[in-house]
Design a protein around this ligand. Structure first.
Ligand code: ADP
Ligand code: MG
Length: 410
């Protein structure tokens, strides 16, 4: 090791202290022990490999599933003076990157998982000095995860051919079952699992069966203050809801993949700058946006999974002030989800079904929502949180059975 980790934290990153489990994760990595870190979005996963990449001799190879994500990360790393590069099919300066890598002039090198099976790339790795493998979005390696990428399965042989190089897998969204699978798939021991706290105590969770979704969303929003996000399931749903909510006295903009990229960028920038705007969006919205004062997130329909729900609602209240996550759902959401599952590849159906069942348990419970969420991520939680709809006003036995019937008849 060439530099003290705390000095690097202060001098390079400008942070006063580690946050949450960061010091634990960084400590293990610097000890050369294989690790899986499960930390919520925004918890600071990047630092867990960026810092070791500066403390250790050699390059940290970062596996990341999306080129756009890599380029964001690259910019952020370079901004604090880390010597970093990407090696992808779209890069024009590949020769230069390879030369820098060979010469030991890179702290971080970002690659896509499919490169792992490329023989000339493996040769390149053998000719260079590797300090660490960082596998970002590691849930992609698991068929139980919500975003399985077959390319991630190519990583294990590569990792195993460099047994002396430690591995750090990172993910925000893996339930207990997926966590165990990632450990197996990537050859990380059970005691290498570090799960950060998932609780977001300032977010109030509320889940309501729907009658007329758009009217319920409008009524909910009329009672809220500050900026918020409304997630609709389809582009058409976004358009309709945005129209309905417009003219209610505060700015409303749509966001979905069908809009012109320039319009999308403009709407996103307007939202980030606004103190009272409602953005109506598909789930494509929110990845990587930095707006700490989002006061509410509404789901106008069932999300895809508990992981998705947690991630999307997690965009509310990052400043720590009170925020609300309101979900409206109907029995037809479950019917449609079941139909969709029937159409996916047979091998993936059990995982998808388990995910839907878990979501069903969250929406139909008469008990604490937070407890179900936290336990889903393998965290213990008290019986009641005092800050979800069911804890704040326990449903009567009649309400509860009506809800249960809606779910069961779906
Ligand atoms: P993740 O990948 O877990 O979603 P990031 O690595 O993108 O999170 O980090 C989220 C934000 O937290 C970044 O703006 C980062 O600079 C900041 N951050 C990370 N570690 C710390 C720390 N120890 N103290 C303060 N801010 C931090
Ligand atoms: Mg990240």
């Amino acid at each position: 090791m060439t530099r003290d980790p705390l000095d690097i934290l202060h001098e390079t990153f400008g942070f006063r202290s580690f946050r949450g489990v960061q010091d634990q994760v960084v400590g293990r990595v610097l000890d050369g022990r294989n690790t899986l870190a499960v930390m919520p979005t925004g918890a600071g996963k990047s630092l867990c490999y960026q810092l070791p990449s500066l403390a250790l001799d050699g390059t940290c190879l970062v596996v990341s599933p999306l080129i756009a994500l890599m380029h964001d990360q690259l910019r952020a790393a370079e901004a604090v003076g880390i010597r970093a590069a990407t090696l992808t099919s779209v890069d024009e300066n590949r020769e230069e990157t390879i030369a820098r890598f060979r010469a030991g002039e890179l702290d971080l090198l970002y690659v896509a998982p499919e490169r792992a099976s490329n023989e000339s790339f493996r040769n390149l790795l053998r000719q260079s000095k590797l300090a660490l493998f960082a596998i970002d979005e590691a849930h992609c390696v698991s068929e139980w995860g919500h975003d399985f990428r077959p390319d991630y399965r190519l990583l294990r042989p590569l990792l195993d051919s460099f047994p002396e190089v430690p591995r750090l897998a990172l993910t925000a969204t893996a339930d207990a079952h997926t966590q165990a699978d990632i450990l197996d798939q990537l050859g990380i021991p059970r005691d290498g699992l570090i799960v950060a706290g998932f609780d977001r105590p300032n977010i109030r969770y509320a889940i309501t069966p729907r009658e007329n979704t758009n009217a319920q969303v409008a009524e909910f929003i009329a009672a809220q203050q500050g900026p918020g996000i409304v997630y609709a399931q389809t582009r058409a749903g976004v358009e309709k809801l945005a129209e309905r909510l417009g003219g209610a006295g505060r700015p409303v903009l749509p966001y979905h993949a069908g809009l012109d990229p320039a319009v999308r960028r403009r709407n996103q920038a307007a939202f980030v700058a606004s103190e009272d705007m409602v953005i109506v969006a598909t789930v494509a919205f929110g990845m990587g946006i930095d707006k700490p004062d989002v006061r509410f997130v509404v789901h106008a329909g069932l999300p895809k999974s508990i992981e998705g729900y947690y991630q999307e609602t997690g965009r509310a209240g990052r400043d720590g002030d009170p925020a609300v996550a309101q979900l409206f759902w109907g029995a037809d959401d479950f019917a449609r989800a079941r139909q969709r599952i029937g159409e996916v590849e047979a091998a993936r159906q059990p995982g998808e079904r388990a995910r839907l069942t878990a979501l069903g348990a969250l929406v139909e419970t008469a008990g604490c929502r937070r407890r179900i969420l936290l336990r889903h991520f393998g965290e213990d939680a008290p019986e009641t949180c005092g800050n979800c709809d069911n804890c704040l006003s326990p449903p009567s036995a009649i309400d509860a059975s009506v809800t249960a019937q809606k779910f069961l008849s779906a």
